[in-house]
Design a binder for this molecule. Structure first.
Ligand code: PAF
Length: 277
């Protein structure tokens, strides 16, 4: 496994790999790797290809009062996991170099960045786009892998890929959950034992309402009841609980594929999840 910090060196290795007919599969991460990341990395293992995993905690996607300083930094452990998984290249960019790296791409802001997480975390999507543009430009991947847990991020990145004509396929990978249905997330490390029990309820309550939602166009009451149930179970800081189509549009017709989207704080930890209906 090669560990590469230099952008120019990485580009050279990628050019050589392409010349040798290899497909480039890319998995961008912020480290603190868990089984959810490992599933993305395993799904990226394909014939005649190399896997490149980037680890970079991108300061620009955190708000001023968010957890950038405390975000788990576990590079040593991450590298061991990636070595065991036989990843070809780990890209560990130097903060100064990647933040200064200029591309000719400029991405417009999309309406879907202003809803759900974008409403309470206005820096988040501009920050994600800013770094993913640079990474896409550097890596020039054939396939890029993103988890469905960050579903809104996945849709924003797909839109950005289309808008800027990046030649990478965006491959979505299903959320990995613990045995109680809590999606794996680097931020779960912040949860105390009693908070994990509370967090597990989110999955149960959202799953419970899926069959109800399936048959009803007007879901206002179902969602209001679910919010009450969440509050009764200790989840009182709900940022949003809503239903949108898979393209993040308002759900007008029962036929459109839709999802329940939720974000809530348990103590000081923000959790997000989504459930296909
Ligand atoms: O999902 C993440 O880990 C990050 O938002 C990403 C895509 C690596 C950009 O920093």
């Amino acid at each position: 496994m090669k560990i590469i910090k230099s952008i120019e060196y990485l580009k050279r290795i990628i050019r050589e790999s392409k010349r040798n007919g290899l497909i480039i599969n890319f998995i961008p991460t912020m480290g603190a790797l868990h089984l959810g990341h490992m599933k993305l990395i395993q799904k990226a293992k394909r014939k005649n290809s190399i896997r490149i995993v980037s680890i970079f905690i991108n300061p620009s996607q955190f708000g001023p009062n968010e957890d950038f300083k405390n975000y788990p930094r576990t590079t040593h452990n991450d590298l061991n996991l990636l070595r065991n998984e036989d990843v070809d290249i780990v890209f560990l960019p130097i903060e100064n170099e990647i933040l200064k790296y200029k591309t000719n791409y400029k991405c417009p802001n999309f309406k879907i960045e202003k809803i759900l997480c974008g409403k309470s975390r206005p820096n988040y999507f501009p920050g994600v786009k800013n770094i993913v543009i640079k990474l896409f430009d550097i890596v020039q991947a054939d396939n890029s892998f993103f988890g469905e847990k960050d579903y809104q991020q996945l849709v924003v990145i797909k839109k950005m890929r289309d808008e800027l004509n990046f030649g990478t396929n965006i491959i979505p990978i299903k959320t990995v959950r613990n045995k109680n249905g809590l999606p794996l997330s680097s931020r779960n490390k912040y949860l105390k034992n009693n908070e994990i029990e509370i967090a597990n309820k989110i999955n149960k309550i959202c799953k419970y309402i899926i069959p109800k939602v399936k048959n009803k166009l007007n879901t206002t009451k179902i969602l209001a009841d679910a919010k009450r149930e969440l509050r009764m179970n200790g989840i009182d800081k709900i940022d949003y609980l809503t239903i949108l189509t898979d393209n993040l549009e308002k759900r007008k017709f029962l036929k459109s594929k839709s999802r329940i989207f939720i974000a809530a704080n348990i103590g000081s930890t923000r959790l997000i999840d989504n459930f296909p209906i």
